[in-house]
Design a protein around this ligand. Structure first.
Ligand SMILES: [Fe+2]
Ligand SMILES: [Fe+2]
Length: 256
């Protein structure tokens, strides 16, 4: 049986700038999951995922991509620049259509952290040879067809328990991204994602799945529970191979 593995955000290579079209471009922090071998092995070829961060006042200047992109804001706050100027905060899923001119600025005390996801093999800003990014003027697509769409966590319905074989199991608070039409349409069929919150001593009993999955701790801390037990913290990426038992618990004072 393959084991559960944990890789923290800080263990991933960090890119802070890149040369694009001859210009040095500030990126804040970009940490591509596939720079880690265990993650590279697990994540399907046509999915790219990175942690990204911008400090308060940090600006990722306006640009656009030939592919759509999703930014899941996990901490803090910021503002988008470009075709759509809108404030974003922790819990927002930002759908960035292809060719949308966008940049971001970190706001508040500490700017923001986010997960950036693309459904193709190359991550944005993965390499200087193929940055998947351009700062040149593009042919125009009507503005209304390339606006950012923001899906706030509070808009998604919550599920609190599951009944499996007649037995009730606590799920904490679970919000499926696919309960939103925009996200359900934009995600490929082999990808699903949800927010999960455990708090005040809630426990997710050990269980298994028939698919590979990844649990990313965006806030708080807790315990991983199954045949072994260990502490999980903020920024941890828990890789759960199919068939591997996994459960989680929190103490009164902690949550994730
Ligand atoms: Fe971008
Ligand atoms: Fe699970």
């Amino acid at each position: 049986m393959e084991q559960v593995e944990v890789i923290n955000r800080v263990d991933l290579d960090c890119l802070t700038e890149i040369t694009l079209e001859g210009q040095n471009t500030y990126l804040g922090e970009v940490r591509n999951f596939k720079t880690n071998q265990a993650l590279e092995k697990r994540i399907p070829e046509d999915i790219s995922i990175s942690w990204s961060a911008l400090p308060a006042g940090g600006v990722l200047k306006e640009h656009y991509h030939p592919c759509a992109s999703f930014l899941i804001i996990t901490e803090g706050e910021g503002r988008s620049l470009g075709d759509t100027v809108v404030d974003v905060k922790a819990g927002d899923v930002v759908y960035i259509p292809k060719w949308n001119l966008h940049g971001f600025e970190g706001k508040g005390e500490n700017g923001f952290k986010a997960l950036s996801i693309q459904f193709q093999s190359t991550a944005i800003f993965e390499s200087e040879e193929k940055p998947e990014t351009t700062y040149f003027d593009r042919e125009s697509i009507p503005l209304e067809e390339r606006q950012l769409r923001i899906i706030a966590r509070d808009e998604l319905p919550s599920i609190h328990e599951a009944i499996v074989n007649g037995q009730k199991h606590c799920l904490g608070t679970l919000k499926n991204f696919s309960s939103n039409n925009i996200l359900a349409e934009a995600f490929p069929k082999n990808f699903s994602c949800s927010w999960v919150r455990l708090e005040n001593g809630q426990t997710l009993s050990p269980h298994t799945h028939e698919e590979d999955s990844m649990i990313i701790l965006t806030e708080g801390e807790g315990l991983f529970k199954t045949d072994r037990k260990f502490k999980l913290e903020h920024g941890d990426i828990v890789v759960v191979p199919k068939g591997a038992s996994h459960g989680f618990s929190t103490e009164e004072e902690t949550s994730f």
